[in-house]
Design a protein around this ligand. Structure first.
Ligand code: ARG
Length: 464
């Protein structure tokens, strides 16, 4: 007879030596996966109910297991539960405590189950809840964007391409561009949820289970759409985690673009907006400074979430089927992504609600830089001149204005007609920036009536 290991590990049966302390520390995920405790208990309760239902354990045994698990949940909630690395992860910690509390019957909860399908289940339950919360936060931010757009409906600003002033647009239209991005983000999370919401228990370690488990019952009990279809895939799939990080990365890419604009707009060079004092910070050396730390951090944290996505993709790359311990590394990337994403979404609404919009500055910027030069060309087109010629003529008008330090609105009828006899008095109306904005009535354009119409639709969309 070989000397038995002294460890109390659930798998210690075939071992004759205790685990090295270094290995214990290195192997443990308990420090971070303890956050899955509620999902783990929920999953175990459903599993125990099912085991009783199909007659693998007795109803009385299931009842004891379930009340034991509920008591453990309370212990963890109240901070009384002691987590130690020797039990490696949340699954073993809870199982060990269950046996301590209710005796050897606690050992029956793991019948027909492996930590491999258990951890897949926990991650799915966890992400499912988080996605619901994220969707709510996206909606809140969409609402804020539409509220701020409504409040500043008619403010005109320069629209940019290449960060050069291009054409006048409504500030509200610009903000609603972000509404549309968030709408796609919302859809992406909704779609991701479909693939998160399948039930892997029954896969066992990888090959399925010899017990007559009722997988449909567990799926129903836990609110999943269906059980998974392949036991090997069930324990080796982390696509749903990668998809979540990918959707989070795209969303944060959007927020980082808005952050960048807010940073630019609040600079003295632009002066389009001012962040409230409550959402800005000062400098420890320069007394005059008011810094946009919040949008800067959102921009920075975007990089960190991309890192998590890359980390997950790299961890999964080339892994043979089925479960490999590498996959334990998914947790910190996912948890950090969830926390970072929610933090960024939460801070953005009040940041936008409390900023002041400097309408005059925006309007002045839209007035400089010949932003209605395209309208001049379009005017000539409407009078029958081919667009290429019109573009040339309008370009010459601009060159003349630059040379004579005039704005388009300063030109006399006689000056206009020097460039083309087609110019009539009505050109003066065309070059006003309000006219330029309101001429863009095409669907999705910046004309006030179009933006108003979209805001009406948005009001309905937000309520969905
Ligand atoms: N702590 C592990 C993880 O997070 C749970 C699954 C472990 N399975 C195993 N056979 N070692 O992935």
């Amino acid at each position: 007879m070989k000397k038995q290991s002294k460890t109390s590990k659930p798998w210690s049966g075939r071992f004759t030596q205790d685990t090295d302390k270094l290995v214990e520390e290195f192997n443990a995920s308990i420090y971070f996966d303890k956050r899955l405790f509620r999902c783990d208990i929920k999953g175990s309760i459903a599993h125990a109910k099912m085991l009783a239902r199909v007659g693998i354990i007795k109803n009385k045994e299931a009842d004891r297991i379930i009340s034991g698990l509920k008591a453990i949940e309370k212990e963890i909630d109240s901070g009384k539960f002691i987590f130690t690395p020797d039990l490696e992860d949340i699954h073993m910690a809870i199982e060990k405590r269950l046996i301590e509390k209710i005796g050897s019957v606690g050992g029956k909860v793991h019948t027909g189950r492996s930590r491999n399908d258990q951890v897949a289940l926990d991650m799915r339950l966890y992400l499912r809840d988080e996605i619901k919360e994220v969707k709510g936060l996206i909606k809140d931010l969409q609402k804020t964007l539409s509220d701020v757009a409504k409040k500043n409906l008619t403010s005109i600003m320069p629209g940019y391409t290449h960060l050069q002033r291009a054409q006048p647009i409504l500030f509200s239209h610009h903000l609603l561009a972000y509404y549309e991005m968030l709408k796609r983000d919302y859809e992406r999370f909704e779609d991701c949820l479909k693939r998160v919401n399948v039930m892997p228990l029954g896969a066992g370690a990888l090959a399925g289970s010899p017990y007559p488990l009722d997988r449909e019952f567990v799926a129903r009990e836990l609110g999943f759409s269906k059980p998974t279809d392949n036991s090997i895939d069930s324990v080796s799939d982390r696509d749903f985690c990668i998809e979540f990080c990918s959707a989070a990365s795209i969303l944060l890419m959007h927020l980082s673009r808005l952050s960048e604009e807010i940073i630019l707009w609040s600079s003295q060079e632009f002066g389009f907006i001012e962040l409230s004092d409550a959402f800005s910070t000062g400098s420890s050396i320069m007394p005059q400074k008011k810094n946009p730390d919040v949008p800067e951090l959102v921009r920075g944290k975007t990089g960190r979430v991309y890192g998590n996505l890359l980390s997950l993709l790299t961890t999964m790359k080339g892994l043979p089927l089925a479960y490999n311990k590498d996959m334990q590394e998914d947790k910190e990337a996912i948890f950090d992504t969830v926390d970072t994403l929610k933090d960024c979404l939460k801070i953005f609404s009040p940041l936008l609600q409390t900023m002041t919009i400097n309408k005059e500055k925006m309007l002045d910027a839209a007035k400089g830089g010949f932003l209605t030069a395209t309208d001049v060309a379009d005017y000539l087109v409407k009078k029958g001149i081919p667009f290429r010629d019109s573009h040339q003529i309008a370009g010459r008008v601009v060159a003349y204005c630059i040379k004579t330090s005039k704005g388009l609105e300063d030109l006399s009828s006689e000056e206009w007609r020097r460039f083309s006899k087609t110019f009539d008095e009505d050109i003066k109306r065309v070059i006003s920036i309000e006219a330029s904005v309101n001429s863009r009535k095409v669907g999705g354009g910046t004309a006030l009536e179009g933006v108003k119409k979209r805001l009406k639709e948005i009001e309905r969309e937000i309520k969905l």
